[in-house]
Design a protein around this ligand. Structure first.
Ligand code: KG4
Ligand code: ZN
Length: 347
């Protein structure tokens, strides 16, 4: 029997994503973003995002179906992000998914967004055949996951205790006077600077942190250190070497993320590392991960950027894995959970 055809809907933040997946094959992935509307506020405004999802939902579903040449009646299951994310935006996606589920008489699967960021890799690099490690880094999350089975068995080894990696970049971007979101701007500036110019702190890497926080991250101290350094420079009436600050800051983030992740791979005897989430676009992280994984003999999988940022394919991919694992569908009265824990793969 052919694998089920799964429609995935993602609305946890500012992207309205709709995709169709059969097995591990992506038929089409349509994304509409409201980022342009948020940029002038310097952050995502949940109500603006919710309204944009409401308006974009039907056109994006139509586009995905049209491009994939699929009729709604052919869909076997509907998967939707049930959390974590912004409540209003999540609610729009869940409502659309419930309406489709009722209208089509097909099962609904509410799934975890962060785990979706790892699951999407299967559409690009093929099924996970063995225990893998996944580092999910974005503006909202920085989590290290041990993946035994993407549908049923994922363990969170660590996460950030304060800011996510992308969030730290955006905050440092703000203090350097860069447009929102600052992440990509810092990345670009960092390529022109010296990563060893300033030695910024590496959070939670002291020997005393090994016992409790070996695989946790903390970036708020680093952000404060950058702010202090820049202030001291300004107070002294000296020019701020922006490229060197960016490069040294980006190096500190990439260093901690890759060092802890590779240590976790070694400790759990894992030979495959998946990196996902919008922050995996970061060049300093990509370069350092490639170098250190090669040295450690770890197979590194990072999908193209469009599958790293929020999209419907990640939710359809996880939905497809969940359906094939034979898990029961979600009840139609499920809610959304803005802080859904990583122990929950489906609701
Ligand atoms: O996954 P994503 O699109 O949305 C969230 O779920 O947060 O991630 C966006 C985050 C933002 O914080 C953005 O500044 C950051 O990822 N980002 C980058 C780069 N591209 C995106 N940070 C550093 N370097 C980049 N090249
Ligand atoms: Zn995300």
């Amino acid at each position: 029997m052919a694998d089920p055809l799964v429609l995935g809907i993602e609305t946890s933040c500012d992207e309205t994503g709709v995709a169709l997946v059969r097995g591990d094959d992506l038929l089409f992935d349509a994304v509409a973003s409201s980022m342009d509307e948020h940029a002038r506020y310097g952050g995502i405004i949940p109500e603006v995002a919710s309204r944009a999802h409401l308006e974009a939902m039907t056109p994006t579903i139509r586009r995905a179906l049209g491009e994939a040449d699929v009729d709604l009646s052919e869909i076997d299951a509907v998967a939707v992000t049930a959390g974590p994310g912004l409540v209003g935006p999540l609610t729009i996606g869940a409502s659309a998914a419930k309406a489709l589920s009722i209208g089509l008489g097909k099962p609904l699967y509410g799934v975890n967004h962060v785990i979706g960021h790892a699951a999407v890799n299967q559409l690009v690099d093929g099924p996970f055949t063995e225990r893998s490690m996944a580092l999910v880094v974005s503006g909202g999350h920085s989590s290290l996951l041990l993946v035994d089975d993407i549908a049923t068995d994922v363990t969170e080894l660590g996460s950030t205790l304060d800011d996510a990696a992308g969030e730290a970049f955006d905050k440092v971007g703000r203090l350097l006077g860069l447009p929102y979101p600052g992440g990509p701007h810092i990345d670009r500036l960092a390529r022109e600077g010296d990563p060893e110019a300033i030695r910024f702190p590496r959070g939670l890497t002291a020997p005393k942190d090994q016992a409790k926080h070996a695989y946790d991250f903390s970036f708020s101290g680093l952000k404060t250190a950058v702010a202090r350094w820049v202030e001291a420079r300004q107070d002294a009436g000296k020019e701020v070497p922006v490229a060197d600050v960016a490069a040294s800051f980006a190096a500190a983030v990439a260093d901690v993320l890759t060092a802890k992740t590779i240590a976790a791979c070694r400790a759990h005897d894992v030979g495959t590392l998946i990196i996902g989430g919008g922050f995996s676009a970061n060049s300093q992280l990509r370069d350092m991960a490639a170098e250190r994984c090669a040295a450690a003999g770890i197979d590194l999988r990072i999908p193209p950027i469009r599958y790293c940022t929020d999209n419907g394919a990640m939710i359809a991919a996880l939905g497809s894995a969940v359906v094939r694992a034979g898990l029961p569908p979600s009840d139609l009265d499920i809610g959304v959970d803005s802080s859904m824990p990583l122990t929950t793969i489906t609701v």
